[in-house]
Ligand binder design. Structure first.
Ligand code: NAP
Length: 305
């Protein structure tokens, strides 16, 4: 049997695509992955998703998305896709030995924030350690916080965080920023921002919440503990696109290229959410493009018939 719509990836983009495709009568098959739910599974409270005036925990929100997709008879496979073949239609999607054929494919495999992988980081994620200033900055009113990184994201996050924090320290491993000149200057000129150059975070300190970071100067090897209540990682994101390399057009950073709407370089393959978007990276924008992808897939199928 050939599926009409197969969706790979189960964050806000994928599950919204499933809800829309299911309600369009396309009976989508969602391959949700062994770690379903995407990046929101790693967050604590979400306060900026409309419709939840009192906030909602990230994992709970993803369960609600999934319940809604299930209600309209989306079918789920809780494993990872191991291979795809986009060279002919129907497309081939493999989950281990199981072969699935699909008339259309919606790719919503997301991206993952890069983490430092230092002691304390994993334990304190959502308790002072974050990779999203837009999501979590609000919790740091009048606190002193740290941003790690030296690219445009680090500058943007640091500048954004000055709206809440009393002081923002950017910790960067070299003696110059990678960020564009204009963004770097904005950060350097800001009265609330300080920079620790040539420095790496070696440990995040704290039991239940972050209390500080242990920082080593890479030039002098001097180690010091800096008191802080929040650590924002801004060392880049990696899109989950290894499966599609050589089959779909990707940009120089590995994100899926789309053309006008959610169409990719292969007709019948659509992409939505953070696997495409390296700019906004919000649950609400991912959900929005997920809806678009389902509508684009439905129209594409209609045009084929
Ligand atoms: P990025 O440009 O790759 O910068 C990552 C930064 O993190 C670099 O400064 C890097 O240091 C540092 N870093 C990486 N791994 C590290 C580690 N393990 N430990 C310590 N530091 C580490 O990533 P990005 O800032 O997320 O930006 C991604 C892309 O989006 C860029 O093209 C950027 O221009 C664009 N962007 C644009 C805007 C804007 O224009 N408003 C905003 C955000 C992002 P090194 O410098 O030493 O490599």
């Amino acid at each position: 049997m050939t599926e009409r719509v197969v969706i790979i990836g189960s964050g806000p983009a994928g599950l919204t695509a499933a809800i829309y495709a299911a309600r369009a009568g396309l009976s989508p098959l969602m391959i949700e992955g062994s770690q379903a739910g995407g990046q929101l599974m790693l967050t604590t409270e979400v306060e900026n998703y409309p419709g939840f005036p009192d906030g909602v925990m990230g994992p709970e929100m993803m369960q609600l998305f999934r319940n809604q997709a299930e209600r309209f008879e989306t079918r789920f496979i809780t494993s990872d896709v191991t291979r795809v073949d986009l060279s002919e239609r129907p497309f081939g999607v493999w989950v281990g030995d199981q072969e699935i054929r699909a008339e259309t494919l919606i790719i919503s495999t997301g991206a993952t924030a890069r983490w430092l992988e230092v002691p304390g980081e994993e334990k304190l994620r959502g308790h002072g350690v974050s990779a999203c200033a837009t999501c979590d900055g609000f919790f740091f009113r009048d606190r002193e916080i740290v941003v790690v990184g030296g690219g445009d994201s680090a500058m943007e996050e640091a500048l954004f965080l000055t709206k809440f924090a009393s002081k923002v320290t950017i910790i960067h491993r070299r003696d110059e920023f990678r960020a564009s000149k204009i963004m770097a200057e904005r950060a350097l000129d800001h009265p609330k921002i300080e920079v620790m150059w040539d420095s790496v975070v070696e440990e995040i300190l704290g039991e239940d919440t972050v209390t500080g970071v242990r920082v080593r100067n890479v030039k002098t090897d001097a180690v010091e503990d800096l008191a802080t209540e929040g650590v924002f990682m801004a060392i880049g994101h990696d899109p989950t696109t290894a499966l599609f390399k050589g089959q779909l057009e990707l940009n120089d950073k590995g994100y899926v290229e789309t053309f006008g709407n959610t169409s990719t370089s292969v007709p019948g393959v659509f992409a939505a959410g953070d696997v495409v978007d390296f700019t906004y990276r919000q649950a609400i924008t991912a959900a929005g493009t997920g809806a678009q992808a389902a509508i684009d897939a439905e129209r594409w199928l209609d045009n084929q018939e």
